[in-house]
Design a protein around this ligand. Structure first.
Ligand code: PRP
Length: 207
């Protein structure tokens, strides 16, 4: 399923991201804020477990998310501000990192950095700000699926209807939480109206 956030605060933050006046620090900060909104939405039905803690009145049990069964994963590099933000909210979750590039000839994805922890039986929260064609998300989901996770959830900031439909059709079991679904892809496979390239905007690089 695809879930799009609708809160006016979310939409206002998206407008800040589109604004070219937003510099790298504002851009990353806004991505981080939006990520927190996405985490809240994605985990709103998550079961709480009882956790024993020492309170001012002694030992007591209270509900808490079992973060030790959660892995927050990203494909380098534009997802880094999202990953940092998500693990700030879930400090006992484990972080995972992947780097892939597409072979220009075969168009197949080649994995060249893999620091994904053992995914077996875990909930994987995959973060990537952009879903343009959906190819990157599908490559990452395919790889993670092969590691026997319990569930995969994706958090995305902005996407095209075409890319999202493609991912959703290929992986109906994956829940996709996104802050903004835009109008379309252009012929260069950029999201329109979009916000440019999230990696470049975050890190002051130009492709
Ligand atoms: C961007 C973005 C996604 C991908 C989306 O990464 O972060 O991973 O493009 O495009 P797709 O849906 O058509 O696959 P990019 O390849 O620019 O790398 P970067 O994170 O290093 O900027």
């Amino acid at each position: 399923m695809i879930y799009e956030l609708s809160n006016p605060v979310t939409k206002s933050l998206i407008t800040h991201l589109r604004d070219q006046k937003s510099d790298a620090i504002r851009f990353r900060h806004t991505i981080a804020e939006l990520t927190k909104q996405l985490v809240y939405e994605a985990l709103k039905e998550f079961e709480l477990v009882q956790k024993s803690i020492t309170t001012w009145k002694g030992e007591q049990s209270f509900g808490a998310i079992d973060e030790t069964n959660i892995i927050v994963a990203t494909v380098l590099r534009a997802g880094m501000p999202m990953l940092d933000s998500a693990i700030d909210l879930l400090p006992d979750a484990t972080a995972g990192f992947l780097a892939m590039k597409r072979d220009e000839v075969t168009h197949k994805s080649v994995l060249y950095y893999d620091r994904l922890p053992d995914c077996k039986g875990k909930t994987i929260i995959l973060v990537d700000p952009m879903v343009a064609t959906g190819g990157s998300m599908m490559d990452a989901i395919e790889l993670i699926k092969g590691r026997a996770p319990l569930k995969i959830i994706t958090l995305n900031i902005i996407g095209s209807p075409e890319g999202l439909e493609k991912v959703s059709a290929a992986y109906p079991e994956v829940d996709i939480y996104i802050a903004q679904i835009d109008e379309r892809l252009n012929s260069d496979k950029f999201i329109i109206p979009g916000l440019g390239d999230a990696g470049d905007r975050s890190y002051n690089t130009v492709e």
